[in-house]
Design a protein around this ligand. Structure first.
Ligand code: 4NP
Length: 148
């Protein structure tokens, strides 16, 4: 992988966790090529979920320009690294891996092993938007460290 990989963040709906991850990592390093998407298509075209946007904005992350899209197998060719918010997302992405595609697919939480988390819990259900952002910020710092 080169020094500035194209990174895709994946969750289920692409309105809470993965757009937050995209926004946080972009704020920490505006030079990276980043995108996010969801394995599900229910929210395609929508901006991030209001409460997620508000919690992110309170920390200085503006997610308002992002729009949800669905993961496609073509993303394996478009990105150098695919980071999933939970194990189900990872399973769903791996199930669409084209023959011969080498792009690594990992859990975002792998970048914050000190926390012992195996997923970013979905705040759409837990309602813990700040807890999700705390975890995302830790993973983002670990990710950037791994790239440098
Ligand atoms: P996300 O949260 O995967 O973090 O974007 C979700 C938001 C909405 C739905 C699922 C997950 N939904 O099914 O509507």
């Amino acid at each position: 992988m080169d020094t500035s990989p194209r990174i895709l963040f994946v969750c289920l709906g692409n309105i809470c966790r993965s757009p937050a991850a995209e926004g946080v990592v972009r704020a920490m390093d505006p030079t990276l090529t980043l995108d996010s998407c969801g394995t599900g298509g229910w929210h395609v075209g929508e901006a991030p979920y209001g409460p997620m946007q508000q919690a992110a904005m309170a920390r200085g992350y503006d997610l308002s320009d992002l729009r949800a899209r669905q993961f496609t197998p073509k993303d394996f060719a478009r990105f150098d690294l695919i980071l999933c918010m939970d194990g189900q997302n990872l399973e769903d992405v791996e199930a669409q891996r084209p023959n011969g595609a080498k792009t690594p697919v990992r859990l975002f939480t792998d970048y914050a092993p000190q926390l012992g988390a195996d997923k970013v819990p979905d705040p759409y259900y837990t309602r813990d938007f700040d807890g999700a952002l705390d975890l995302i910020e830790s993973c983002a710092k670990g990710l950037l460290k791994s790239l440098n």
